[in-house]
Structure formats: structure tokens, C-alpha cells
Design a protein around this ligand. Structure first.
Ligand SMILES: CC(C)(COP(=O)(O)OP(=O)(O)OC[C@H]1O[C@@H](n2cnc3c(N)ncnc32)[C@H](O)[C@@H]1OP(=O)(O)O)[C@@H](O)C(=O)NCCC(=O)NCCS
Length: 200
């Protein structure tokens, strides 16, 4: 593939996407303030190590932009198409999962927007991107074993549990972050997945 076509592909991947109700923007430094706002939400702060500072949000946004530039993929921030309201974040990124570099899917939705299928919509957009554009063989997602709402998103997306991981996180019935918290690992394989509904 020529450099020119590569660049065109990169611009396309970096561009705005739309799912049925959401506008999905690649996260970079220009989204740092919205990323900060998202991480002031109590429910998000609970699972992501507390409320982020502006500095943490700026550093994470810069790291995510590097992911887009280097890997051609990282997380999106999501806005309601009709009102422009900030709904959440999510999508794909490469990460170390039990010592293996894998394409990982995630989501976080602000309190007022939970219970309406937005996380599932973000997840579906991520699977479509992975299988239709990146030609990925599979995608994984993981969460603390007792995080039933996040596991429910994985199951709505048709992902299947394939094992457990131990990593820093929350443990049911205990306070604080523990180094060896139990996480459940889910997987979606391209061969067994049909994904509908997101346009680049
Ligand atoms: C995990 C999290 C994203 C799940 O959010 P959620 O709102 O439960 O998930 P969805 O957006 O897929 O919505 C599903 C709910 O909307 C309902 N729904 C309504 N319209 C829907 C639609 N079009 N499609 C799918 N579900 C729909 C479903 O029936 C379900 O209802 P229920 O909660 O009564 O079972 C949310 O709890 C969150 O942001 N938590 C904090 C951050 C976090 O923990 N992230 C994950 C870290 S691993």
C-alpha cells in the first residue's frame, strides 16, 4: 500500500464516526476537558480509581492520541447526536492482557445516560471497527468479576467468557484497590460475529 493511501486510511480512522444515536470522536488533547468531566461522574470514578485531576485527564488524552497515531486506533469520546451532550467514552485500544498484546474494548457512560443502551452502542461500534476495518481476528474485554453491569454489556454484544485474570482492581466486599483482583476475560471472534449499525 502506498504512503498516500496509508495516510488516507489514517485520516479516515482518525475522523468522526456516527452510530445511530452517538457522535464518536477520537480522543486527543482537544478532548481533555471533556475527559476530565466524564471522570468526575461518581459511577465512573468508582471503577476508575477516583476522580481524575485535570493533569491526569490531559496526560491520558495525550496518551490516547499517541495510540491513534502509532496504532491507528484508540478510544473515542461519545456525544449525543441530537443534543451534543457528553455521554461517555469507549471503544478499542491495544493493551497488555496477561502478557499478550491484544485489541481491547471498553466503555464508560455518565450517570444520566446509563440504562439506555449507549455502552452497548459504543461497544458495537468498536466491534464493527475491529472486524470490518482493522480486519482483527478477535477482540477482548475484561472487567472485575463482580462488575455485573459491564459484564452485561459484554454479553449483550455476544462476547463469550474465556477465563479469569488477576490484575489491580476492586474486590467484592473489600475496600480499595488490590493488586490481584479477579477479572473476567471475554472474547469476540470475527468468524462468529455479525456487527450492524455504525458508519465510518
Ligand atoms: C458499565 C456501564 C458502561 C454499563 O452501562 P449500562 O447503561 O448498564 O449499559 P448500556 O448502555 O448497554 O445499557 C443497558 C441497559 O439499557 C437498556 N436499553 C435501553 N435501550 C437499549 C438499547 N437500544 N440497546 C441496548 N440496551 C438498551 C437495557 O435493557 C439495559 O437495561 P438494564 O440496565 O435495566 O438491564 C456503566 O455502568 C458505567 O459507565 N459504569 C462506570 C464505568 C465503568 O465501570 N466502565 C466499565 C469498566 S470495565
Amino acid at each position: 500500500m502506498s504512503v498516500r493511501r496509508d495516510y488516507a486510511g489514517y485520516r479516515l480512522r482518525m475522523g468522526t464516526r456516527y452510530s445511530s444515536r452517538l457522535r464518536l470522536e477520537p480522543i486527543g488533547p482537544q478532548r481533555a476537558d471533556d475527559l476530565w468531566l466524564l471522570h468526575q461522574d461518581d459511577g465512573i470514578a468508582y471503577w476508575y480509581g477516583g476522580r481524575w485531576t485535570h493533569q491526569a485527564a490531559a496526560e491520558t488524552a495525550a496518551m490516547m492520541e499517541r495510540g491513534w497515531r502509532v496504532d491507528g486506533v484508540h478510544k473515542w469520546i461519545a456525544y449525543r447526536r441530537t443534543t451534543g451532550e457528553l455521554v461517555g467514552r469507549g471503544g478499542l485500544s491495544y493493551g497488555d492482557v496477561a502478557g499478550v498484546r491484544r485489541l481491547e474494548l471498553g466503555w464508560a457512560v455518565r450517570g444520566p445516560f446509563r440504562g439506555q443502551g449507549y455502552a452497548t452502542e459504543i461497544g458495537r461500534a468498536g466491534l464493527r471497527f475491529a472486524f470490518h476495518e482493522l480486519n482483527a481476528e478477535d477482540v477482548v474485554a475484561f472487567t472485575e468479576r463482580h462488575h455485573h453491569r459491564s459484564r452485561a454489556v459484554m454479553e449483550r454484544l455476544g462476547m463469550r467468557p474465556i477465563g479469569e485474570l488477576r490484575r489491580p482492581g476492586l474486590v467484592d466486599g473489600r475496600d480499595g484497590v488490590h493488586d490481584d483482583a479477579p477479572f473476567v476475560l471475554y472474547r469476540a471472534a470475527r468468524t462468529s460475529h455479525r456487527v450492524r449499525g455504525t458508519s465510518p
